[in-house]
Design a protein. Structure first.
Length: 295
């Protein structure tokens, strides 16, 4: 059976991107249910799938504590907890990309490690009616003051590099240098600037909409928001990115991984000064046409 990909809330389980995308397993209210019930659910998933990858938000510390308790009680190194510092919509997109890859011939360690690699290819941001309570992107005094003016709107990119502009005729945000689709989640703010200005400037290949995640207002500091995320939708491209990275074997638990740390047992690869293979390797770049660079 394929490795199970789980999320901690239903709004992180986006609709399938294609016919191969596996359904997400929703560990709904895992921290609110009785421990015995949650423990039995996770044990059943391990019995059925062998390994479990849980994608959760940094804004859900209670869920993480419960999952760490479960992993400790089960004494299992087959549960990977992945909590990247991404906005809620981008986190849901990443979980879906892992669900796409779970249908391929990738081992659980490689699949779990792929999450860290794929974050480099997400461009996540929002249009906000106020940046007064925005904590995840640096806000200057001028922008902070202007956020109190009626009708002000701000374009913000939180990942991969922070950007903030006040929306006006000349406002622009730097975007991906390769072809992407755009997922848009409208809150209590019109999304016309995203669809009419941002998408063409980023040369978006396609656009889809989805409901705003429940955690988005808290993450962005306001309910007057339209959130967006540019992403790679094609399974073939995702697979090429992951398989282009050299694999190693975890010296502790013995599974194949990519990168310098096993996501399941948290062991880091021993690095020898005379071994160039232990050095950090930058993410693979791709061209606007989704062709791999061979350099």
């Amino acid at each position: 059976m394929p490795t199970a990909i789980a999320v901690t809330s239903a709004d992180m389980a986006l609709p399938p991107q294609d016919e191969r995308t596996l359904p997400a397993i929703v560990l709904q209210d895992v921290h609110r249910r009785p421990l015995e019930q949650a423990l039995a659910e996770v044990q059943a998933l391990l019995d059925q799938h062998g390994h479990l990858i849980v994608v959760s938000s940094l804004a859900a510390p209670a869920a993480e504590r419960r999952l760490r308790t479960i992993r400790s009680l089960l004494e299992s190194d087959r549960i990977a907890l992945f909590r990247p510092a991404l906005p809620p919509l981008a986190l849901a997109v990443l979980a879906r990309q892992l669900r796409q890859l779970a249908s391929c011939d990738l081992g659980p360690g490689v699949l779990a490690s792929a999450g860290r690699l794929l974050t480099h290819y997400l461009h996540a941001g929002a249009v906000l009616g106020s940046v007064a309570r925005l904590d995840h992107v640096p806000v200057g005094l001028t922008a902070h003051a202007k956020s109190w003016m009626p009708g002000s709107r701000f374009g913000v990119v939180a990942h991969p590099e922070p950007q903030l502009v006040r929306i006006g005729p000349e406002a622009a945000l730097a975007g991906p240098e390769f072809g992407t689709w755009l997922l848009v989640a409208r809150g209590r703010l019109p999304g016309d600037w995203v669809t009419g200005t941002l998408a063409p400037s980023w040369r978006i290949l396609g656009l889809r909409e989805t409901p705003l995640p429940a955690e988005s207002p808290a993450w962005w500091g306001t309910g007057r928001i339209t959130e967006f995320c540019a992403y790679l939708p094609d399974l073939s491209i995702l697979y090429q990115l992951v398989t282009s990275v050299r694999r190693t074997t975890c010296h502790w638990c013995g599974i194949d991984v990519i990168g310098d740390r096993c996501v399941f047992c948290s062991a880091t690869a021993p690095v020898h000064e005379d071994d160039p293979r232990g050095r950090h390797r930058a993410p693979r770049q791709i061209t606007p046409g989704h062709r791999m660079l061979t350099g």
